[in-house]
Design a protein around this ligand. Structure first.
Ligand code: SF4
Length: 340
């Protein structure tokens, strides 16, 4: 992103903050690999955003990185500019290096582990926001969990692999009685609950929804989406995960030079992620866990020729995982109830 585009983005965010009287916004630097932008430009991003956003509002800035470039000098810049850090780590070396290699084919786990030891140390610990791990069914869930915990993350996000009805994720077959992702995550839930050593956002979001609270995750629940993506050329896009549906699926045709973020709210794809129940397939409308599942992550509902008005391709896994978590907490809640 050029400095000129950065300044326009900051002004658009400021305009949105003023229009809607927001007092807290989150800016996530992501990519590709955002730290490739270099220390000077990362410092400039933080300075420009904080100068431009109206007084009284807080701007929380985070970089979501593969961790490979995180060294002491760069972390010092992030600390000076109060930029939090989330790191992608897929578990032990054999699991992580299967998907995340340097361009020359070299494994990257040891570099990430080195960075995480720095990030977890006393000086930089306040920057550590958590780990992001994509589920790989071929790896033992507990070995992944123990490896992630060895870095003492304040939170862990488990992501399901990209996929949809036309391009199913690995291991997700047509048979609804097969629930490999729910089975994998249920093993983690049973180890994690009831004495969590760290936050696992997916489990927390499901538990919140089961207890009648709003969703804190796009992956579950019916809360309106609250994010928009600005590409390096200033184009305004929908969530990146939509790119897994088809080429151009994330595009809105808008850009920060000519359009406000409010205009993006009128784009049909974004409207569909704002209207909750009205966007759901009839199977979801009649589903007993509808308000907790929410039909699943929007990109994962796609089927070529039928669009996005479908249950998520992970429907059987959502059903099984949510029921598993509900059973886990229901028995504890009933024990807590006073007699009578
Ligand atoms: S579990 Fe399946 S049917 Fe029920 S709301 Fe979720 S996606 Fe829809």
């Amino acid at each position: 992103m050029s400095s000129t585009t950065l300044r326009i983005v900051a002004q658009r965010i400021a305009e949105h903050v003023r229009t809607h009287r927001l007092n807290n916004i989150r800016v996530v630097l992501h990519g590709g690999e955002p730290l490739l932008a270099g220390r000077d430009f990362i410092a400039e991003i933080a300075a420009v955003l904080r100068e431009t956003i109206p007084a009284g509002g807080t701007v929380e800035i985070t970089a979501q990185t593969n961790g490979v470039l995180l060294d002491e000098e760069l972390l010092a810049v992030l600390l000076e500019h109060r930029i939090g850090v989330g790191v992608s780590l897929d578990g032990p070396p054999d699991a992580h290096d299967r998907h995340r290699r340097h361009r020359n084919g070299q494994a990257s786990h040891s570099a990430v582990a080195r960075a995480l030891r720095l990030l977890g140390g006393d000086r930089f610990r306040p920057l550590f926001r958590g780990l992001l791990c994509t589920v790989d069914l071929t790896v033992d869930p507990l070995s992944v969990y123990e490896n992630l915990l060895s870095f003492a993350p304040p939170a862990v996000d488990f992501l399901l692999p990209h996929g949809n009805w036309s391009n199913p994720p690995p291991g997700r077959c047509e048979d609804p009685s097969v629930t490999p992702y729910a089975d994998w995550l249920a093993v983690l839930f049973d180890r994690w609950y009831p004495a969590p050593p760290t936050r696992i956002r997916l489990f927390e979001a499901i538990m919140d929804l089961l207890l009648g609270m709003p969703s804190s995750s796009e992956a579950v629940g019916l809360s309106p989406s609250t994010l928009v993506v600005v590409e390096t050329d200033g184009s305004i896009e929908q969530t990146d995960a939509l790119k897994s549906a088809f080429e151009g699926a994330a595009a809105t045709g808008l850009n920060v030079r000519d359009h406000t973020f409010d205009l993006a709210l009128r784009h049909p794809g974004i409207v569909a992620r704002q209207v909750g129940l009205a966007a759901l397939h009839e199977d979801c409308l009649g589903c007993d866990i509808r308000d907790v599942c929410g039909g699943g992550l929007y990109p994962q509902r796609y089927r070529a020729g039928a669009g996005f008005r479908n249950p998520t391709v992970y429907c059987p896994d959502h059903l099984a995982l949510i029921r598993h978590i509900r059973a886990g907490i229901s028995s504890d809640l009933s024990r807590l109830r006073p007699p009578g």
